[in-house]
Ligand binder design. Structure first.
Ligand code: ZN
Length: 197
């Protein structure tokens, strides 16, 4: 085999790996973290999603799967019992163990944010990030999750990142200031997000 043929074969392999979602991070399913089923049938998302709404959980953070699983159960219980939501509000959560934890998943609307829920996916960083930001592997997992969503057709390749507080006056602390400042450095951050419908 010539060098060109080897390179071509390597390129074809790379393309097929991308196609089959090699960039997807490790996603811990609801069954794996012990999530309970939604209380009602959830509204479908209009795909592909255009926005990722970034949240913090406000509670303790976690650095391994055992403690992140506990946080996921706490968040779901809090949303159902205190916020009276039919399920955990977020589409995905990410722990500082570098795992993604499935919330409502790719195809269902997140908790209502007027004018945005139908075409947005929400990502919650587990913890409080007022003074410090999540570690590197947390951001890496978020980036992989977004690439994975694009590869699977759930996310528009022209997606934008927005902070929860930009679209909800009631949640002016979300995500924390340190995480918000980090988010603003991302080229996909949208300063003035507009509702689509
Ligand atoms: Zn939030």
């Amino acid at each position: 085999m010539t060098k060109d043929v080897v390179l071509l074969a390597a390129f074809a392999l790379l393309l097929s790996l991308i196609q089959f979602g090699i960039f997807c991070p490790r996603i811990i399913t609801r069954a794996q973290w012990g999530g309970s089923d939604p209380l009602v049938k959830m509204k479908p998302l209009i795909l592909p999603a255009f926005y990722f709404i970034i949240h913090q959980s406000f509670g303790p953070t976690c650095f391994n799967q055992t403690s992140c699983v506990i946080q996921m159960r706490n968040i779901q219980n809090f949303h159902i019992h205190s916020h009276k939501l039919p399920d955990i509000g977020y589409n995905f959560c990410i722990g500082q163990d570098g795992n993604v934890y499935e919330g409502r998943g790719w195809e269902v609307q997140g908790a209502d944010v007027s004018g945005f829920s139908s075409h947005s996916l929400s990502i919650c960083f587990i913890g409080s990030f007022e003074m410090s930001i999540p570690n590197f592997i947390t951001f890496l997992a978020a980036q992989e999750l977004i690439l994975c969503g694009i590869n699977k057709g759930f996310v528009s390749s022209s997606y934008s990142l927005i902070a929860h507080r930009q679209i909800s006056a009631l949640n002016s602390q979300c995500p924390g200031n340190a995480l918000l400042n980090e988010l603003k450095r991302n080229t996909r951050f949208k300063n003035n997000p507009q509702t689509i419908r």
